[in-house]
Design a binder for this molecule. Structure first.
Ligand code: RUB
Length: 309
């Protein structure tokens, strides 16, 4: 897929989910670098930066996207030939994709430890990291049952229930607003993340915060499965994570909306779950309480405040 096609597919959500978006962007950058004809390293870098900007501009919330793109672009810091710069980009991109796939496997192993035989789980949206934990627990022979939400307006719950069904996991498919009705039947909420702030707040699909609130009220634990590249370094400076607001037509068909001039449809794609409603964040480096998010950003990702200014 050429660069502009990947960017369009991320924007229109043919490619979706924070981890998949990151890997697709990195693959697109590598492909662009492979075919880029530039006279000198500076021109090569400038053209790569334009490609990087096009990709990072597609969806604003999933911090995995700029983190992944930046990790590839860092390979271009200093080079005296276009070929060396190209090789460095290709190597870094391959490393990122390998790291990302490995992270999903590690998260599944670590997350599955927190799922007990007989547990009833609830998941929201379609997260490969969260589903990885659920599938791994099932693979280990634990008897589990899942509640999966529909996920208005884009219906990602359908992807989730197909995966769970294919694995032979007993699944209940519910509308988003039925979560509180069923929460007392649930032992554990398992969701993914698009971004995690320095204070441990979790940004994920719209509705996650309501689910976590209901879980907190019912004393049901909430576990978030997230690769470390979903932690948002710029939140150290107090920057907020931008919440994407998508086309109103996803919620109400345009022809209906046109006849309702006093109605404004709002369509935020994500919300923020405060750290106090999150019990554990499972990363490929281990499971941490949300209060240790700063440690991941500083010690594992290696970001320092001076670099971010
Ligand atoms: C997807 C979503 C997922 C996270 C984590 O939203 O909110 O829970 O991205 O997914 P959208 P993963 O469908 O709008 O992209 O674990 O696969 O990275």
């Amino acid at each position: 897929m050429v660069l502009s096609e990947t960017a369009a597919s991320i924007k229109n959500m043919e490619i979706r989910g924070a981890g998949r978006i990151a890997r697709a962007a990195v693959d697109a950058l590598a492909d662009y670098a492979r075919n880029l004809d530039a006279s000198d390293p500076d021109t090569f870098k400038q053209e790569m930066q334009k490609a990087a900007d096009l990709l990072t501009g597609t969806r604003p919330t999933a911090v995995s996207l700029p983190n992944a793109v930046r990790s590839v672009m860092r390979a271009l810091d200093s080079f005296d030939s276009v070929e060396a710069a190209r090789d460095a980009v290709l190597l870094r991109a391959a490393e990122f994709v390998e790291h990302s796939e490995h992270a999903i496997e590690r998260i599944a192993e670590i997350g599955a430890r927190h799922i007990s035989d007989g547990d009833v789980l609830l998941t929201h949206c379609n997260s490969e990291a969260a589903l990885g934990c659920i599938l791994e627990a099932h693979r280990q022979g634990k008897e589990i049952e899942v509640y999966a939400t529909e996920v208005r307006p884009r219906g990602q719950g359908l992807i989730t229930i197909r995966t769970l069904n294919d694995a032979g996991i007993r699944t209940n498919y519910i509308v988003d607003s039925a979560v509180r009705y069923f929460i007392n039947d649930v032992d554990l909420v398992f969701v993914g993340a698009d971004a995690i702030a320095v204070n441990g707040a979790v940004v994920n699909k719209i509705g996650t915060a309501q689910i976590a609130h209901a879980a907190n009220e019912a004393r049901t634990n909430v576990i978030v499965a997230a690769e470390t590249y979903k932690f948002a370094p710029r939140t150290i400076l107090g920057e907020l994570i931008e919440i994407e607001e998508r086309d109103p037509a996803e919620v109400l068909p345009r022809e209906v909306a046109e006849k309702l001039p006093f109605v404004r449809v709002r369509n935020p794609a994500f919300d923020v779950t405060p750290a106090e409603y999150v019990d554990l964040i499972v990363t490929e480096q281990g499971a941490i309480p949300p209060g240790l998010a700063f440690t991941v950003i500083r010690d594992y990702l290696g970001w320092r405040i001076e670099e971010l200014r």
